[in-house]
Ligand binder design. Structure first.
Ligand code: SF4
Length: 248
C-alpha cells in the first residue's frame, strides 16, 4: 500500500519557517510530489519570489534561483530559452506576482513561454507585514487598509487566473483551494497537469492556489480555513479555466 505520509524525495528534511496553519508547506509538498512523479528533480530549476517563500531554496532538492520583486517570469524565460531541456517553475505570492511583477507575468504568459507558474493567493502581503495586495477582498482590513478595502479608492481584487486564461500563449490555467483534503488532491492534480504541459512543450501553465495566512489575517489556523471557504472561494471560483489540447 502506498505510504501517503512519506516525504517526497524532492523536498529535504529542513524544518520550514512558515507560520502554523500557513499553506506554503502544503503547496511545497504538492510541487515536490510532481517532481517525484515525473522524475524531473535533477533537471528542474525553481525560481523563488520575494515574500515568505523567499527561502524556498532551503527546502527543495532541485536547484532554486532567487528572483526578487516579481521578476521570476523574466528570469525563468531566460533560463528556459537558454536551456530548453530544463524544467522551470516559478513560485510566487500575490504581492510578488500580481503587483510588482504584473508586467512580467502577463508578458511571459502572452509569449507562451514554456514554463510553469505556481501562484499563492492569500489576499495579503505576508512577509512585509500584512499590507493590502491586489487580491485583497472588498472590505478586508489590512495594515494599509485599516477601514477595509474600498472599491472606489482601491479598485477591485485582481483575478489573475481569469486575466491570464484568455491570452493565446497560455496552455493551462487552473485555480484550486488548499482547504480540504479533497481540494488539496485536486490542487495536486492541477500541479501535475501544469508540469505535464511543460514537459510536452505546450507552453505557459499556471496554477493559482487559494491559501491561508493566519498571521496577517489575525486568525487561528482553523479560523483561517473557514475564512478561505467563506470569503475567498466565493470571490475566486475554483476550477480549470483553460486546457489546450495537444496537437499531433
Ligand atoms: S506570514 Fe502568512 S504567508 Fe507568510 S509564512 Fe506566515 S502565515 Fe504563511
Amino acid at each position: 500500500m502506498k505510504n501517503v505520509f512519506k516525504k517526497p524525495d524532492a523536498i529535504n528534511d529542513a524544518v520550514m519557517h512558515y507560520c502554523p496553519g500557513c499553506s506554503h508547506g502544503v503547496a511545497h509538498r504538492l510541487v515536490a510530489e510532481a517532481l517525484d512523479h515525473y522524475g524531473i528533480t535533477e533537471r528542474t530549476v525553481g525560481v523563488a519570489p520575494v515574500g515568505c517563500a523567499v527561502l524556498m531554496y532551503d527546502y527543495f532538492n532541485c536547484d532554486i534561483q532567487e528572483a526578487p520583486h516579481g521578476r521570476a517570469p523574466a528570469i525563468a524565460t531566460g533560463m528556459k530559452r537558454s536551456r530548453p531541456d530544463l524544467i522551470i517553475f516559478t513560485y510566487q505570492g500575490d504581492g510578488d506576482l500580481a503587483s510588482i511583477g504584473l508586467s512580467e507575468i502577463i508578458h511571459c504568459a502572452n509569449r507562451g513561454e514554456n514554463i510553469t507558474v505556481i501562484f499563492i493567493n492569500n489576499t495579503v502581503y505576508g512577509m512585509t507585514g500584512g499590507q493590502m495586495a491586489p487580491t485583497t477582498l472588498p472590505g478586508q482590513k489590512t495594515t494599509t487598509s485599516p477601514y477595509g478595502r474600498s472599491l472606489t479608492a482601491d479598485g477591485y481584487p485582481m483575478k489573475m487566473a481569469e486575466m491570464l486564461a484568455p491570452l493565446e500563449g497560455t496552455s493551462y490555467v487552473g485555480r484550486m483551494a488548499l482547504d480540504t483534503p479533497g481540494n488539496t488532491l485536486k490542487a495536486r492534480k492541477m500541479i501535475f497537469k501544469a508540469f505535464d504541459m511543460q514537459i510536452k512543450g505546450m507552453g505557459f501553465s499556471f496554477v493559482e492556489l487559494l491559501s491561508t495566512c493566519p498571521t496577517n489575517w489575525g486568525m487561528s489556523p482553523t479560523q483561517s480555513i473557514k475564512r478561505l471557504q467563506d470569503e475567498l472561494i466565493p470571490y475566486f471560483p475554483l476550477g480549470v479555466l483553460k486546457e489546450k489540447e495537444a496537437v499531433d
